[in-house]
Design a protein around this ligand. Structure first.
Ligand SMILES: [Zn+2]
Length: 307
């Protein structure tokens, strides 16, 4: 028996306010507004929000870079109004804000940090059937098809109160942070998320109970699985952030071949280096199909020239 289920107003938000690199402390907020179990088609909407930050920087700010005077914290940092065109695009795409936070930098032992918050909105259709049923347990086989999701990234760049470069947008420290922003606003990322989420999923869920699981119980398991998928995207971006830091020695050196580095971020070879099981299972063809973006778009985005 295959049962469809509709719950259009179910909405769940998952907020990960990671305070430490690689240490995720999820805070789950769940709001059940209404469920209508009478229809056969399922359309369930969830929002997953993840907060990340980049690991930066063993950076020496040269004294020549320090401007005189004090700059106070402001709702909109004044540098944002002076950004040249190539950075304006990133600032807009990544909804970048800049803040001074000496305490946070001291705590992380960094000279700058870039946080990003990733939001993925998606809906899915599910079907399930009971494949085992006994007094001690039930096994349900679930088929889930996600609809095309939408994603959004918001960034916060944190700098020290003594960081006062005369020309911030040509300062290597800020430019390095904007390289992080470029990675998490890469047009291929949106395509990657879309491709990853629309893949059909089949899961077997076991319930240690004598009665058949309710739709709510099954949905809860799907939410957990969906959170794992979203965490995989989070890990992927963090992997790329770490890769950038590794190639640039925490931002202290220019990347040897900037064009090649950015162009190959989503190559099967790069994906093979990540330790994300679900991505390692992708075939080279799936990877290439997932990220079809015109080269010109990448050249503009990363300020590179692809041969
Ligand atoms: Zn960095």
């Amino acid at each position: 028996m295959i049962i469809g289920y509709e719950c259009p107003l179910l909405r769940e938000r998952f907020l990960n306010s990671s305070g430490q690199f690689g240490d995720h402390l999820p805070l789950l907020e769940s709001v059940l507004l209404s469920c209508d179990a009478t229809n056969l088609e399922s359309s369930v909407r969830f929002r997953i929000r993840l907060l990340l930050f980049s690991i930066a920087l063993l950076w020496q700010v040269s004294s020549a870079d320090i401007a005189l005077g004090q700059r106070q914290k402001a709702a909109v940092h004044p540098w944002l109004a002076t950004a040249p065109g190539e950075f304006v695009r990133l600032i807009q795409a990544g909804e970048v804000s800049i803040e001074e936070d000496d305490e946070r930098l001291r705590k992380e032992n960094r000279q700058a940090l870039t946080f990003f918050e990733l939001t993925i909105d998606y809906q899915y259709f599910m079907q399930y059937q009971t494949v085992e049923s006994g007094p001690d347990g039930q096994t349900v086989r679930v088929n889930v098809r996600y609809k095309k999701p939408t994603s959004r990234v918001v960034h916060k760049v944190i700098v020290g109160s003594d960081f006062k470069p005369v020309a911030p947008w040509s300062n290597p420290l800020l430019m390095h942070e904007m390289d992080h922003v470029a990675i998490s606003t890469d047009p291929r990322l949106e395509r990657w998320i879309e491709s990853f989420f629309v893949m059909e999923r089949n899961w077997d869920f076991n319930f240690q109970q004598s009665t058949k699981p309710t739709d709510g119980q099954i949905q809860k398991r799907i939410v957990e699985k969906s959170q794992e998928l979203t965490l995989d995207v989070e890990r992927w971006i963090q992997f790329l952030y770490d890769y950038l830091d590794s190639e640039s020695v925490q931002g202290t050196q220019d990347i040897a071949n900037r064009s090649s580095f950015y162009f190959n971020l989503y190559s099967p070879e790069t994906v093979a280096k990540c330790k994300i099981t679900s991505f390692l299972a992708l075939t080279p063809e799936q990877i290439r199909n997932a990220i079809k973006v015109p080269k010109r778009k990448l050249e503009t985005h990363f300020r590179i020239r692809i041969e």
